[in-house]
Design a protein around this ligand. Structure first.
Ligand code: AMP
Ligand code: GLY
Length: 429
């Protein structure tokens, strides 16, 4: 079958690598892709938010299935548009329509959804610009730290955690009155802070049944020991030792199943991935956020652990036939380390030549912000490469990921050296 994958990050390189291995895959197109995806498929110069361009490619290249990596095309209605296009009725699409993508696209919607369906989450109140004074008053009665969240998509920057009331007031004013995140902060959630350890849990669902994918821990802060600003993610580990059977049973029965049942009850069709950003608060799972896609860099750690044919699973999802699907997952550990451009998540330079072998063997070296120019591969984003080591336990997998990165260099390259270290003490290593 002809498959079109949307996106251009490390997540998409990992997905493309896995999709390519399936005997069901005839051709694989990636729009727009990066230098890594070009090694396993054909890059198409159409941006992931160019919905009309994507529809055109579907027609011209006789695409059978569209797999959507990032959230933006889903939130702005890629599925809705493709479903309404004449001649594309046969398309299988992995990714929800606009109504389902609100789980990620509106934090106010997702919060109310969780409350309606009794799903554990942090308490929150939503304020608009005209309610700024009420918001200020409300803040005074809140316990510290206070979490402020822009309602809409803000490229991962819309959450501010404030350790003082004055700071929270300033931030609320900036978000609501000064439109710090544009339209995304036209509504702001003032949320209770949940103490605990985070874990990313993923399912693929057709809106009725679901298959649980491997879970992962993401390392969000740019600096070692979780210091410095938040990033899209600096590394990932899968499996997560504290996500044991007892915890995952709670996740299934109290979070995943009520979420899918809630979507059904509200007549929201959903075929695609759901990413549950969870906080483990003393053994109890709470939802921090929903995403309507897989995570990055979590995908680079979880996809290599899936032994079964991913395309079979994607087709079953696209056709609404996940009921009898099973998945085989290796017990091996995957550790992913991101190599980024110096300065990220702030300003950084692009176009730096990457030296070293960018082979996917023996360690999986997925490419993110890269571009081929002539015979060189150059940096083209903040997060540049994701090295995934596999091994018997975190230590061995870590060693392999770091060994792969030691052979790669570019000007001002940076990576965290402590990915997975915090999990070594907790047992399985
Ligand atoms: P998000 O953009 O929703 O992923 O949030 C960014 C990060 O902020 C999360 O990964 C958490 O580390 C943190 N965070 C968000 N909400 C809360 C909360 N209610 N309590 C504690 N930490 C939070
Ligand atoms: N790594 C977190 C995310 O993809 O949102």
């Amino acid at each position: 079958m002809n498959i079109l994958l949307i996106g251009n990050g490390g997540r998409e390189h990992a997905l493309a690598w896995k999709i390519r291995q399936s005997p069901l895959t005839q051709s694989l197109l990636i729009a727009p892709g990066n230098a890594g995806t070009a090694q396993v498929g054909e890059n198409i110069p159409v941006k992931s938010d160019d919905l009309a361009g994507i529809a055109r490619i579907c027609r011209e290249r006789k695409v059978d299935m569209v797999v959507v990596g990032p959230e933006v095309p889903l939130v702005i209605g890629l599925r809705d548009l493709l479903e309404a296009e004449p001649g594309l009725g046969h398309l299988r699409i992995v990714g929800p329509g606009r109504s389902g993508a609100r789980l990620e696209g509106s934090k106010d919607f997702s919060k109310q959804f969780m409350l309606r369906h009794g799903i554990h989450t942090a308490k929150a109140r939503t304020f608009t610009e005209s309610q700024l004074d009420a918001g200020m008053q409300y803040l005074e009665g809140c316990r510290l730290p206070i979490v402020l969240k822009a309602d809409g998509l803000a490229a991962g920057k819309g959450v501010i955690i404030c350790s003082e009331h004055d700071e929270a007031k300033r931030a609320l004013r900036e978000m609501l009155a000064d439109h710090l995140f544009g339209d995304a902060s036209a509504r702001v959630l003032v949320e209770e802070f949940l103490p605990g350890i985070e874990v990313s849990v993923f399912v693929i669902t057709d809106g009725h049944d679901y298959v649980l994918l491997p879970e992962a821990k993401d390392y969000k802060r740019v600096g070692e020991s979780d210091e410095g600003p938040n990033t899209g993610g600096m590394g990932a580990v899968s499996p997560v030792p504290f996500a044991n059977d007892a915890f995952m049973e709670k996740v299934r029965t109290r979070i995943i199943e009520p979420t899918i049942a809630g979507l059904q009850r509200e007549n929201i069709p959903y075929r695609g991935f759901i990413f549950f950003g969870l906080m483990n608060v003393g053994g109890e799972p709470y939802v921090i956020e929903y995403n309507c896609r897989l995570g990055d860099p979590e995908t680079e750690a979880i996809i290599p652990r899936i032994e079964s044919d991913l395309v079979e699973l994607l087709v079953a999802c696209g056709e609404g036939k996940l009921k009898d699907q099973r998945i085989r997952i290796t017990p091996q550990t995957a550790v992913t380390v991101m190599m980024v451009s110096g300065g990220y998540p702030g300003d950084y330079l692009k176009g730096k030549v990457i030296a070293g072998s960018l082979q996917l063997n023996p360690t999986l070296l997925f490419q993110a912000g890269t571009k081929a120019t002539g015979t060189d591969v150059v940096t083209d984003g903040g997060r540049v490469l994701a090295a995934t080591g596999m091994g018997n336990g975190i230590m061995e997998a870590r060693d392999r990921a770091y060994a792969a990165l030691s052979g790669i260099s570019f000007e001002q390259a940076y990576f965290r050296r402590d990915i997975g270290v915090d999990l070594l003490q907790t047992g399985k290593s």
